[in-house]
Design a protein around this ligand. Sequence first.
Ligand code: AMP
Length: 422
Amino acid sequence: MGNEGGSRQVSPRATGFESLGLSDAVLRAVADMGYEEPTPVQAQAIPAVLAGRDVMAAAQTGTGKTAAFLLPALCGLGRATSAAPRMLVVTPTRELAQQIADVAGVVCARTRHRFACVVGGVGYEPQKAALAQGVDLLVATPGRLLDLMDQGACDLGRVDVLVLDEADRMLDMGFLPSVRKIVDACDRRSQTLLFSATLSGDVLDNMGSLMTDPVSVEVAPKGTTADTVDQYVLGVAAEAKKRVLTEVLRREGADRVIVFVRGKHRADHLSRVLQKKGFSSAPIHGDRSQNQRARALARFLSGEVGVLVATDVLSRGIDIPEVSYVVNMDVPHEPEDYVHRIGRTGRAGVRGWSLTFCSEDEYADLRAIERLTGSVMPAFPREEGLDTGEDGFAPDQNREVPTGTQRKARRSRSRGRRRAGR
Ligand code: AMP
């Protein structure tokens, strides 16, 4: 295993990884990707995976979790002899699958494993052809994988390593029955790795029994917001939000900005409004076809589109490097969605910032987030001159982190204050 992948010297830059026990070929891939030091989830998960243990990790996207499972699992992975992969990664969305496939491409180029990525929304034939040729590693979304299994194009009976990625998201999206079928089909696996943004009761109840004596890795406890993100809140009347957004984009820049909205219609509408105002913008949400989503992302990554208007489909799992800042047009109802949304900025050590628009009606949701994150969101320091609407609302600057029960906060109109003179 140690001599796979050619004779290039391992770059000294990869030293931090060397003590973890990875193969030479994988260390070359680490150097190819330019990683210098393992991230905390990698430092904890890699030795456990190499030791053959099941792992259950609470780690958000942006923590380096993809490499945390791919690097060690590909060290000793066997080779497929038929349409029966040896390692399977199941992940909820097409974008995530693509992102995992991108890392797999670099590692497999060094370890000489063959891999394929099967997702919905694209033709079956190329995927069937790839599987028929034999792939060692398969990255898949649940629906398409089940289709291919039903068609006899894929046999999971030889999978050794099964990875369930973004387990909480898969549950949220209703994939539990599909995941169960997939797990059942991997009946000869020797290792199960589960990654989830949070190890909630739901995840543990439904998926905990799939693991055998797992090692727990927890680098992002529930509610931890990336500490590389400055998070601000701005009280804005609902009807003033579009206007304020436009002004913020003019002042703060309209390049590599992600704006989150609730609902796909709003995403489409807001993107059109921004285009009319002269911004280059594209919507991305679950109703768009695979092609439209991929195109919007590619145009954003190339810089052709400056402002991506997204629903929560993008808030988990997608790694978009160098996002300048994130705007939340609304306060997410689910506090954990907030943590995912702002995780889009401030990646890999670069400081980012986020701005959340909060109308009076949304104050209770803001407080629920503050309870989860354990901190009070400071007011946007550059609000001077922004027209936040008649009868504008401002969250109380002296409020404290809410304590007490986790019961969902009821809508409260009482605790903010109206701005004087509006
Ligand atoms: P992930 O959590 O897997 O989505 O990874 C988030 C980002 O961190 C990706 O852009 C990776 O390329 C990057 N990354 C992962 N591991 C490292 C590392 N050890 N050093 C620097 N960047 C990393």
